[in-house]
Structure formats: structure tokens, C-alpha cells
Design a protein around this ligand. Sequence first.
Ligand code: ZN
Length: 302
Amino acid sequence: MKIHAIQTGTVAVTAAWREGVGHGKRRLFNTITDRHWTQPLPIYAYAMEHPEGVIVVDTGEAARASKRSYFARWHPGLRAFREWVEPEQEIGPQLRRLGITPGDVRWVVMTHLHTDHAGGLHHFTDNEILVTRTELEFASGLRGRARGYVANKHWPEWFSPRTVELEPDPLGPFPRSLRLTSAGDVTLVPLPGHTPGQIGVLVDEGDQAVLMAGDSSYTQELMLRGKADGVGADEEAERLTHERIRAFAAATPTVYLVAHDPETGTRLAERQPVPATQPSRASSAAAGTAPSRSSSQVPSAS
Ligand SMILES: [Zn+2]
């Protein structure tokens, strides 16, 4: 399957944002006050040329986010990240350069609704946008803004995504899943932790799988080490999600794509799977049985 990694600019965060330091409230405090910064990291979204139509996963960031005034300025988290996006780096112009028009897009799947994933929503006026109900509720309104969705006032006025609920159909170690395509080769899986309603898009390429995993970790290496980030909603859930991803990848060669890992583009182009790790007792338990295809499917929009 042709999958494009589309880099919509860069973001720098504090080192303690990328890899959490401490626990509980202390962890957030450390993230905000850390004086060490990462280098500018990519902000990736994806477009998959599927026979049933192009599937866009996340929409990247907006050029306007390069200005600080774009965000809810009272939010303490603003001290801990910076973004650089040129207008031609937004997902709309990049899709056009790939020869993909809005009419070619069948679904836009949002892994979650943080600003650097939802900043390009305005390019998808007439498309079906999918997000979990949990994520939409957690991200909306003033409370959403306080929870870190610092640009949710810039969601397009027409933004009314189709909310999806994953079904209790286990897919390997993932306890729920939802089949997206009729062919059954693209499935949504739960990746809670970084946000409660985060999902990943799992593509079955026959002898291997590709997992577009939002911000389930900031790098593959952090996922392998089971290290939670410094801003996620639930660090225990993040670690359990890492464990499930490792268990899935141990059973099926899996290319792991996260939005801010500088290696994501290369791993996709070369289809480099997650390297084998020594499974812990817990992850072999999480592995359960071999992955089976889920049976529930996203119902067609009426
Ligand atoms: Zn995020």
C-alpha cells in the first residue's frame, strides 16, 4: 500500500515533555519548567492510497501556529513547546503536490485532537472525519483547552466529526478494534494514555503491518523502553499501550510510526519493523493469542 508520511513543519518540546520525569503532578511541573529542549522534531500526518479511497491520518499543524498568539496564552504548557510551520507545509498543499485532491479522500482519521494533529482540519471541508467519542469529549470546550488542547477554538466552525466507538473485538493484544475498510485491511485500535481517546490506524500489508500511532510515544525507542511522556493524560495507560504495541509487533512484523520521531519517515520508506525485544512477563501475558481479524466495521455514513 502506498503510504505517504507528510511532514507539516516542526515542533520543539522540553526534554521532560518527550520523556516524562517524575510522576503525577510533579511530572507536569517538570515538563513545564525543564530548560532543556529537543531539537526541532517533525510533525507528521499520513495519506494512504487505498483502493477504497485515500485515508488521511491526522492533519498536522497550521502555519498560523508559528505565532504564539494562536494559542490560549494563559496555558502553562505553552512555555514548553514551539512550532514552525510554513503555509506550503500544511497538509492541503502537500496533498495537492502528491496529486491527491480533497475529492479523493474517503476518510480523515484523527488519532487524537491535539493542535499539531488537528491544525490542518480546515483543508477537509467536505470529508468524513472520524474521531472517538471519548477524544472529542475530552478535547472540547474550555475544559479541553485546560487539558492541553490549546488551539481548540481554531477548529473549523463546521467541524462536526463522526464519532466512533471501538468494538469489544480483540485484535491480538488490543482489547477493542474497529474495521475501517470493507477489505478488512485497515483497522482502528485503541492507544489510550497520551490522551484517553487516542487511536491508531493499523494497516495489514500481508507479511507485515504498519501502525500509525499518533503520539503513543515520542520515539520508537521510548515505546520499547515503556517510557511515558511528560504531558500524557495517564502515564500507566501509556505504558500498557506500549506493552500492547510491543506484544503485537512480536507476533507480526510491525512498522511503528509516531508523529514526532525523526526516524518515522525512514522506517516507513524502508518498512523497518519494530526490533525484537526480550518480552517481559507482563507483555507475554498481554500478547495473548495470535492476532485475528476483527469483525466489526465502521458503519457507512448515512
Ligand atoms: Zn499529542
